[in-house]
Design a protein around this ligand. Structure first.
Ligand SMILES: [Zn+2]
Length: 287
């Protein structure tokens, strides 16, 4: 298992904000301390403008360099464009590693799946997974699917990939919940699987499985996973019920697709995030 991460992604913070540096630093510590899963580590390169501009407008990139805050959840920081560019660069490296046959996880912040073409929101500034998916399509991949199991709807990914030839998006999320979208399918390639709050684990797994079955029918060559761990029972930002073993099961089920897969950290705000990530990686690894 290869992990892409970089200490620089812990160098911005807003006091009391749930999307905090410890999410990555504590997960890194735990992955370094464990011995069951062999891990190699790699650092990212910043994503270049020409690649970002497939998913975002020039105005958006300009806006990321300037105050004020984007919304109440999404503060401006003087270094946020650099940090977001690095997180996005990690997504690109993960996509390329997956195409080269590696098992790979990007452990970076900021997350990306709420950032639309032109708007930073929901702790997200650049749409890491959509940028990586569009780069894959531009460089030889004919069909790419994005599977988003973060508890929140991936509205930004949907905004950018909507009706894009060769791309399909599958999001499983609590509804109603932030950001309020994702109640139904959109366009010809965005498939939403809303799940009511407090859905019991077996029912939630059935929906995750149904989305995977539909993803298979799309026959992708490559799968990008928006891996958010906030459908966990102990997460403070949603009302779902999953446990660590469900994330292990998810990793195993995604591995069973038999396709090149890259996964990016999205949400997950509980103190157990390191356990949940490790369980998922063990599933992906097949141990
Ligand atoms: Zn989330």
């Amino acid at each position: 298992m290869k992990i892409i991460t970089d200490e620089s992604c812990t160098t911005y913070a807003y006091p009391g904000h749930p999307e905090r540096p410890a999410r990555v630093s504590l997960t890194t510590e735990q992955l370094l301390a464990q011995t069951e899963l062999p891990i190699s580590w790699e650092g990212p390169e910043p994503a270049p403008d020409e690649i970002l501009l497939r998913a975002h407008t020039a105005e958006h990139l300009e806006r990321l360099t300037q105050p004020p805050d984007f919304d109440a959840d999404t503060p401006f920081f003087p270094n946020i464009f650099e940090r977001a560019r690095m997180s996005c660069g990690a997504a690109l490296a993960a996509m390329r590693a997956a195409r080269a046959g590696e098992a790979i996880f990007s452990l970076m912040r900021p997350p990306g799946h709420h950032a639309t073409r032109n708007v930073a929101m929901g702790f997200c500034y650049l749409s890491n997974i959509a940028v990586a998916a569009l780069e894959a399509l531009a460089t030889g991949t004919a069909r790419v699917a994005v599977y988003d199991f973060d508890v929140h709807h991936g509205n930004g990914t949907e905004d950018i990939l909507l009706n894009k030839p060769g791309a399909a998006f599958f999001s499983i999320h609590q509804f109603p919940c932030y950001p309020g979208t994702g109640a139904r399918n959109e366009g010809n390639n965005c498939f939403n699987f809303p799940v009511p709050p407090q859905t019991p684990r077996p029912e939630y797994r059935k929906v995750l499985q149904r989305a995977l079955e539909q993803l298979k029918k799309f026959q992708p060559e490559l799968v990008g996973v928006s891996a958010g761990f906030d459908a966990y029972s102990g997460d403070p930002l949603a009302q779902e019920t999953l446990e660590a073993e469900d994330y292990y099961w998810l990793g195993k089920s995604i591995r069973a697709l038999g396709l090149p897969v890259f996964s990016l950290l999205e949400g997950g705000y509980s103190n157990e995030l390191p356990d949940l990530v490790l369980a998922y990686l063990q599933g992906i690894d097949g141990k």
